[in-house]
Design a protein around this ligand. Structure first.
Ligand code: EPU
Length: 419
């Protein structure tokens, strides 16, 4: 299993380019199942979760050709096996995203239930309930969701909780349904808008993506299209925290600053000087120790749960006492326990971490437990005195493209240990 070795204490300086967003690329790849023609996707990040999705689609009979590192051509016209098996779903919960397109377009889907997850229970009943409300006949047995229908019918879908992949699944199903669907309390995340834009490029009729009410008018057929995946806002935020936590100056290019309002606000509150251009953000924390900031995660546009662990690392070495409250997932503090091994003073009380910032962390062997937890440990290690070895970094390869190369470009002493 690969490990990362990081020797900390170097202020990171320089420029880094952001890759396509994992959480936009995955639903968009699933949505290619709806196209009755070839789809050309650009800015697709090179990540393990993308490789898993490609494997899943190919098993269904979808043809996928890589044109260069980030451009894929997808032709779903030969899709004939509408199954997402447990062995793939267990490695990537986002496989559930094929459920909506399969039922919507082909009238049949057999998708393994995702099961438990390191950060919380993460049930998918809202995906299932929504499809049932559109007329799908769904049974859940032997660990599989089996759904069938002649054709879905548009419906009013009121989501009890704002769910990102739930909204995406139902939107993808609704574009194939007869008549209009309205998704209420829809997730407003930029990735939902990106998926809607892609569906519209294929001929779908969708209004209101990015608000909490999405109207979808079903169509009989969607065409092929060409589309570029949006930049990754969480990768952007992670590199900005890398600059802040090491007292450096980092410019993040090829991004959309408008997707990061809550994160930039907290970085400014922590004492960083932030400059913004149309597609870049520059953070300068040279010569200063970050100030501790209080955080409460919530659905977009509030502070994202996917940046919580990284700010936990920042608070660990910040001046002052802070509270981070996680309201989306019930078990997303594994990183805090690992950071304690590096000398952080953190206490978990229910869904809050109280942190007394220390002057410096010390390198130690630590273990990555999920994707964003791994990123936070990389950040903590970059700031720590001495050397940290992070084990189980396969988690990080699921969501950060070439992280060691990008950090090395900023001056970090980081190397991958392959075994
Ligand atoms: N929920 C239910 N029932 C459902 C669906 C969701 O109770 O049927 C609950 C969840 O358990 C959670 C809350 O609703 O408490 C919100 O979860 P959501 O469904 O929005 O999460 P998700 O769609 O499974 C996506 C991202 C996550 C990100 C969350 C929250 C993708 C592929 N994944 O997950 O990304 O944390 O939204 O923003 O888009 C990551 O990239 O590291 C990651 C975990």
């Amino acid at each position: 299993m690969d490990k990362l070795e990081i020797t900390g204490g170097i202020p990171l300086e320089g420029e880094v380019s952001i890759s396509g967003a994992k959480n936009a690329a995955l639903p968009i790849l699933a949505a290619t199942l709806l196209a009755d023609g070839p789809v050309m996707l650009g800015n697709v990040p090179h990540l393990n979760d993308v490789t898993t999705t490609v494997k899943l689609l190919r098993r269904m009979g979808v043809e996928i050709t890589f044109h260069d590192g980030t451009t894929l051509e997808v032709d779903a016209r030969g899709a004939s096996r509408f199954v997402a098996p447990y062995e793939l779903v267990k490695t990537m919960r986002a496989s559930i995203l094929v459920l909506g397109p399969l039922v919507g377009r082909y009238g049949y889907a057999e998708v393994s239930l995702p099961g438990g997850c390191a950060i919380g229970a993460r049930p998918v009943h809202l995906h299932v309930d929504g499809l049932r409300a559109m007329g799908a006949d769904i049974s859940i047995d032997n660990g599989y969701i089996r759904a069938r229908t002649k054709r879905l019918t548009g419906a009013r879908l009121v989501l009890e909780i704002s769910t990102v992949t739930g909204t995406e699944n139902l939107m993808m199903a609704a574009v194939c349904a007869r008549g209009e669907s309205v998704i209420e309390n829809a997730a407003r995340e930029p990735e939902v808008i990106d998926l809607a834009n892609f569906l519209v490029a294929m001929g779908a009729q969708i209004e209101g993506a990015g608000t909490d009410t999405i109207h979808v008018q079903g169509t009989d057929q969607l065409t092929g299209a060409a589309y570029d995946v949006m930049p990754d806002r969480i990768e952007t935020g992670t590199y900005l925290v890398a600059g802040a936590i090491t007292g450096g100056r980092v410019t993040v290019n090829k991004t959309r600053p408008g997707h990061l309002d809550a994160v930039l606000q907290k970085l400014a509150e922590a004492g960083a000087k932030i400059d913004i251009g149309p597609t870049w953000v520059r953070l300068d924390m040279r010569g200063r120790r970050p100030r501790a900031v209080n955080i409460k995660t919530a659905p977009y546009p509030a502070f994202p749960t996917d940046m919580q662990a990284q700010f936990c690392a920042l608070n660990a070495i910040a001046d002052g006492v802070s509270a981070i409250t996680e309201t989306i997932f019930e078990n997303r503090f594994q990183h805090a326990l690992e950071m304690q091994r590096m000398g952080a003073s953190l206490r978990i009380i229910g869904n809050t971490v109280i942190c007394h910032g220390v002057e410096a962390l010390a390198g130690a062997p630590v273990m990555a437990t999920d994707l964003r937890a791994s990123a936070s440990l990389v950040l903590a290690a970059a700031a720590a005195r001495g050397t940290t070895i992070i084990d189980r970094i396969y988690h990080i390869d699921r969501g950060y493209e070439r992280i060691e190369e990008k950090l090395a470009q900023l001056g970090a002493a980081i190397k991958r240990l392959t075994s």
